[in-house]
Design a protein around this ligand. Structure first.
Ligand code: AP5
Length: 207
């Protein structure tokens, strides 16, 4: 099964993708995580990603599509994957269709996790991550265990998150009609407990 999790920053795409990995037995492919790993390696490409990410701007399509295509081609994604944060533009959506077609696959669903803008800043500024495992927490809604040392993402400031939200509304939401025309879009309410949202997604995808 190939599944897109779609939604604004802080909608819960990463959190829900992690929860679905075991259930669906397919990996999560997060372009944001791939870029952060590249940045951490200190490579020139990672520095290039950082110049966009730190300002809340989208990384140019050609760089993202190349990064994504390499990851999709890995053996663990041979039977499908959960796409978290990709596609974000029309060009990326069309590239995804082309890549899947070459593999004899088509998208199963595009699940939009709806969260109103006024919840986004609270969710993002309270987010913390365990750098050792990548596990995502929230200081109030999903607090880390006391013995786990957590970090805050560099782009999780209020100023940058507002830019990321603007970019979602301007560049990414307009991709939805493309998927609506194909009958692939399912909307789920992203408010509620992590378990409630997971159950809504499972119902939407028939899992
Ligand atoms: P990326 O890493 O993809 O960030 P994002 O889309 O802004 O999404 P987030 O990771 O911030 O949020 P999420 O929806 O995964 O929420 P989460 O589950 O963590 O991208 C970062 C940057 O990389 C972009 O700005 C861009 O520069 C670049 N980039 C990446 N992909 C790109 C692409 N395809 N094209 C171009 N550029 C690209 O949850 C958030 C918080 O809320 C957590 O603390 C969590 O614990 C909490 N939470 C989750 N669910 C709930 C709930 N139900 N109730 C209460 N709290 C909850």
């Amino acid at each position: 099964m190939d599944l897109v999790l779609f939604g604004p920053p802080g909608a819960g795409k990463g959190t829900q993708a992690e929860r679905l990995v075991e259930r669906l037995q397919i990996p999560q492919i997060s372009t944001g995580d791939l870029m952060r790993a590249e940045r951490k390696s200190g490579s020139e490409l990672g520095q290039k990603f950082d110049s966009y990410m730190s300002k809340g701007q989208l990384v140019p399509d050609e760089l993202v599509i190349d990064l994504f295509a390499k990851r999709l081609g890995q053996p663990d994604a041979a039977k499908g994957a959960i796409f978290d944060g990709f596609p974000r533009t029309q060009a990326q959506a069309e590239a995804l269709d082309g890549l899947l077609e070459k593999m004899g696959r088509t998208l199963h669903k595009v699940v939009v996790i709806d969260v109103p803008t006024d919840h986004i800043v609270d969710r993002i500024t309270g987010r913390r991550m365990d750098p050792a495992t990548g596990q995502v927490y929230h200081i109030r809604y999903n607090p880390p265990p006391p013995d786990v040392r957590v970090e805050q993402r560099a782009d999780d400031t209020e100023e940058v998150v507002r830019k990321r939200d603007e970019s979602y509304r301007r560049d990414t939401e307009p991709v939805l009609p493309y998927y609506e025309a194909k009958g692939l879009v399912a909307r789920v309410d992203g408010l509620g407990s992590l378990e409630e949202v997971t159950e809504r997604i499972k119902a939407a995808i028939g899992a």
